[in-house]
Ligand binder design. Structure first.
Ligand code: AMP
Ligand code: MN
Ligand code: MN
Length: 323
């Protein structure tokens, strides 16, 4: 059930022991929003603990209180009276779901979140969950310390591609302006977030070599196998002139393909939703439990249909072979 920000804040005020979590394959918004919320909750006298059921990419390890994030052990239980889920719906939190039977409070900005069986505060116009967390800090009367501001800034910066994507709204920049007033240094955070290991840059080169073009240049895709971190890779092809939909498929394990999509116009949230995933109109994803070849066929056909092309199946052309 969708509730208001005030109602959600009341539920937080009524709780004492709060388990905070976010989605698997955590990004800057997932980690930033949980760590900001951890500090906000403690500052208003709550007991709080963050669990995320996944590894977190190295660039985010420098965030304040990062070392306190726990990963649930098999069959572990955690005593809580509220399960606060940030930046995703309850279906994408892995084993954290089994840690407690406490009621759920979900705070999210994904348009595909249905809020069917749980309390949901959804603001799909928000650029990031971190943008909403800032409002909760205000509502709860918590101070925005430099550490809280650093976490919130990180989530907003990563979800907006450093304020380049269409989700960047006036309110996003007003919020960020306040964070900078709190002492956040955008250049230092950008430098930290953009760092890549040699292995990541090598994977990036491979990804670009794999690029294929579909539907007369309207769609571009890159392909990876077992890449650990793919942050920003999709932007390599998103920028190609004439490309509306860019996609990336990373076969993380045999018959387990992670799919990312970015668009300039087409609603990729609906495409992702139809394939069991979700996201935003211009940035969405899903997981396809098939081979990478099969996943490519399924995805290209779904994108082709959304683009209303005459023949939605296309084997594509290797970018390197295009004159
Ligand atoms: P990504 O391409 O991984 O950066 O994801 C783009 C957006 O889609 C993010 O907001 C994700 O939270 C969302 N998303 C990605 N994969 C899924 C999925 N399997 N289910 C629901 N949402 C997803
Ligand atoms: Mn996220
Ligand atoms: Mn987000």
């Amino acid at each position: 059930m969708q509730i208001t920000l005030k109602q959600a804040a009341q539920k937080i005020q009524a709780a004492n022991k709060i388990l905070v979590t976010a989605h698997i394959l955590p990004d800057g918004d997932a980690v930033g929003s949980t760590l900001a919320m951890l500090q906000i909750l403690r500052s208003i006298g709550k007991s709080a603990q963050v669990f995320i059921d996944d590894t977190v990419r190295a660039n985010l390890h420098a965030l304040p209180h990062f070392d306190e994030i726990r990963r649930p052990a098999a069959d572990e239980k955690f005593d809580a009276d509220l399960l606060l889920i940030l930046d995703t719906e309850p279906g994408r939190i892995g084993n954290v779901r089994n840690l407690t039977d406490a009621p759920i409070l979900n705070i999210d900005h994904h348009v595909t979140n249905s809020g069917e069986d749980y309390d949901l505060y959804l603001e799909h116009e928000a650029a990031a969950t971190c943008e909403i967390v800032f409002d909760f800090a205000r509502e709860l009367g918590a101070e925005i310390t430099l550490d809280v501001a650093t976490c919130i800034y990180t989530g907003i910066a990563t979800d907006t591609g450093f304020f380049q994507y269409s989700n960047t709204r006036a309110k996003t920049l007003r919020t960020v302006s306040e964070l900078v007033t709190c002492g956040v240094r955008p250049n230092e955070i950008s430098e930290q977030l953009e760092k890549k290991s040699l292995a990541e840059v090598r994977d990036m080169c491979r990804a670009l070599q794999s690029a294929r073009i579909y539907f007369s240049g309207k769609v571009a895709g890159i392909f990876l196998t077992r890449a650990e971190s793919t942050e920003g890779f999709i932007d390599l092809i998103r920028v190609i002139n004439g490309v509306d939909v860019a996609f990336m498929i990373n076969e993380k394990a045999p018959n387990f393909c992670r799919v990312s999509m970015r668009s300039k116009g087409v609603d990729v949230a609906t495409i992702a939703d139809s394939l069991g995933g979700g996201g935003h109109v211009r940035a969405a994803g899903c997981t396809l439990k098939t081979s990478i070849d099969e996943a490519t066929k399924i995805l290209v056909a779904a994108i082709g249909k959304a683009l209303h092309v005459e023949n939605p199946s296309d084997a594509g052309t290797l970018l390197a072979d295009i004159a």
